[in-house]
Design a protein around this ligand. Structure first.
Ligand code: CA
Length: 256
């Protein structure tokens, strides 16, 4: 039995962009929460993020019965069955986008991030590619669960940039992994145990480039137990701070 999760998502074009290339899914029935941040300009970014979310939700719904998967796509022995299910869905989304680009020359260069949380026994599996994030809010503290696949984050890991420098760096939007850019992709998948009262925040960089972690924490603290209100307020505050990019957030937690 999966942990019952409640949650709410919001997306907004922001104040500077003409199109919203972010996409998200909140599937309470299957315990799935996901955000994709598309890139590629014109309509292509929307296409990539749309395929990612549609492929993920379709695969998770189709494999919800607990029956063995018809093919353990990209099975990783080190991961649990549920984590492998999420990993398979992400690999499949990459393949769909990659094939779409092969068939449509004009979509060359499109890609998307993908971050997803899938309920499991007493917590969630978290999978991601790119710089969209998952945070865990627990007992008034906010901790980033995902490790950005971005150039600046690599520089921080190497000790060549501070976190502060990274947040203002002109290359801060350069990501080192994306869905659709290569035939093979390597998602990070981890398992996060949840306790009553814990909350998860999923977001695109349109939130984190506008609001620092301290401000995000303040907003979550101001709206305990109301995921919908917290999500709306995070989007509103990102726009208030300039809204330079599309912004998408999901706030979720154990229900009951
Ligand atoms: Ca973005």
């Amino acid at each position: 039995m999966n942990a019952p999760l409640a949650g709410a998502g919001r997306t907004d074009v922001g104040r500077r962009r003409d199109f919203n290339e972010d996409a998200f899914a909140v599937d309470l029935e299957n315990g799935l929460f996901a955000i994709a941040d598309g890139m590629g300009g014109a309509a292509a970014g929307e296409v990539a993020s749309g395929i990612a979310i549609a492929t993920l939700t379709e695969f998770i719904a189709r494999t919800a019965t607990g029956a063995p998967h018809e093919r353990p796509y990209g099975w990783d022995e080190r991961l649990s069955a549920q984590a492998n299910r999420l990993r398979s869905a992400i690999l499949l989304a990459n393949e769909k986008i990659y094939r779409t680009i092969e068939e449509h020359e004009e979509m060359k260069g499109m890609g998307t991030t993908l971050v997803a949380a899938l309920a499991r026994d007493s917590g969630v599996c978290v999978g991601h590619v790119g710089d969209s994030r998952v945070y865990l809010w627990r007992d008034g503290l906010l901790r980033q669960i995902t490790n950005d696949h971005s150039w600046v984050n690599e520089q921080v890991s190497l000790g060549l940039l501070s976190r502060e420098e990274a947040s203002r760096h002109p290359f801060r939007n350069v990501i080192t992994r994306a869905l659709g850019s290569r035939e093979q992709v390597s998602p990070d998948v981890t398992e996060v145990p949840l306790s009553p009262g814990d909350r998860l925040l999923l977001c695109s960089d349109g939130l984190t480039n506008m609001l620092d972690d301290r401000r995000i924490l303040q907003i979550l603290d101001a709206h305990p137990g109301d995921h919908d209100r917290a999500a709306s307020e995070l989007v509103a505050q990102a726009n208030e701070a300039g809204g330079e990019d599309n912004v998408t957030v999901i706030v979720a937690g154990l229900s009951g």
